[in-house]
Design a protein around this ligand. Structure first.
Ligand SMILES: *Cc1c(COP(=O)(O)O)cnc(C)c1O
Length: 343
């Protein structure tokens, strides 16, 4: 890996971050807070939240098995995705490489930040070799994006190849594990201690059932986390989100949901395979699956008429005539199936 100093944007390396009232007194016990121009009434909403979300990080650390200092929390994973660009890529000069097809936000954020985005097509099994990804890089490539399990394809990218990329590439490798809870594969977040150029993204939006509260996690080396913390908005995760997240970090509840969802996934996929509209269901390690159908647009429109929304991915590379279907509750899945049987 290159020195972090070489990878960080020069203006960010030099940046003196905003120092908030709550940052400065750190450590000492205090009970009179006259430092932040807050209203003394309306507890607890009158107070600015902890800018570094310490209590929440302790709770997440226990569940995820990664120490607090290896953790950045943001307003959804999307904040961490954007920060990778704002901290490490020079607009108009640097580029990033990503598997294709994949989650759309990596490209949107590249475009917003005026950074060249280099998609590298997966093979027909939706896999990729380290060699192919590395061949797309040059001296201005700052990051490689790998989503595993991948969205919209659903499959894990082979860890052997991901590890080869991490070990060979001189820049950052971002592995988005938004769906890793649904997979049997050992998560790569447990390896951030070993690889200083690895960033792993997690979210509370999927298995943890908390898309509404907006909480994303980036796991990475503490020196990298410090850079994210320097650039983020001072109070990027609000108090209600911090409180609710602590309340929701109950692995037993999530395990129960996962069992139900995975059981439904098996049932739904078997039933879809029997339908005349189904040409192929692709293997999945996530809480959704990709299915190639006879006419994606017509089936999509038909389902919309019935008030059932799936994702039409037919315009995405390698996904011609494909719908992406999320596993719903038992009754939602039954409604989908019954509609498709009547098609
Ligand atoms: C849904 C999803 C996310 C979650 O983003 P949030 O901003 O945390 O809700 C991240 N990455 C991928 C690949 C996703 O599909």
């Amino acid at each position: 890996m290159k020195n972090l100093e070489e990878l960080v944007r020069p203006n960010i390396l030099k940046l003196a971050p905003y120092s908030s009232a709550r940052n400065e007194y750190s450590g000492k016990e205090a009970h009179v807070f006259l430092d932040a121009n807050e209203n003394p009434y309306n507890q607890p909403l009158n107070r600015y939240p902890d800018p570094l979300q310490r209590e929440l990080k302790t709770a997440i650390s226990k569940v995820k098995g990664v120490p607090e200092e290896y953790m950045f929390l943001g307003n959804g994973s999307d904040e961490a995705i954007d920060l990778v660009y704002r901290c490490f890529t020079q607009p108009g000069i640097d580029n990033v490489v990503a598997i294709e097809p994949t989650y759309g936000m990596y490209k949107v954020c590249a475009d917003i930040n005026d950074v060249e985005y280099r998609p590298v097509l997966l093979d027909e099994d939706f896999q990729i070799t380290a060699e192919k990804l590395l061949a797309a890089c040059d001296e201005h490539t700052k990051a490689i994006w790998i989503c595993s399990p991948n969205n919209p394809t659903g499959n894990n990218i082979m860890h052997e190849e991901i590890l080869k990329v991490i070990e060979t590439f001189e820049g950052l490798v971002v592995v988005d594990e938004a769906y890793s809870d649904f997979s049997q594969e050992k998560p790569l977040r447990l390896k951030v201690g070993r690889y200083p150029n690895l960033i792993v993204l997690n979210t509370l939006s999927k298995a943890w059932g908390c898309a509404a509260i907006r909480l994303g996690i980036a796991f990475a080396n503490p020196r990298l986390i410090e850079i994210f913390n320097k650039v983020k908005y001072p109070y990027n995760v609000n108090l209600l989100t911090q409180q609710k997240a602590i309340e929701m970090l109950d692995p037993y509840t999530v395990e129960k949901w996962l069992t139900l969802i995975l059981q439904e996934r098996g049932r739904l996929i078997s039933a879809i395979r029997e339908l005349p509209i189904c040409e192929k269901v692709y293997p999945t390690d996530a809480n959704f699956f990709l299915v190639k159908v006879t006419d994606a647009q017509k089936i999509y429109d038909y389902l919309v008429e019935k008030g059932i929304i799936v994702r039409n991915r037919s315009k995405v590379s390698l996904c011609q005539n494909c719908l992406r279907i999320t596993i719903g509750s038992k009754s939602e899945n039954a409604e989908l199936l019954s509609a498709l049987r009547q098609y």
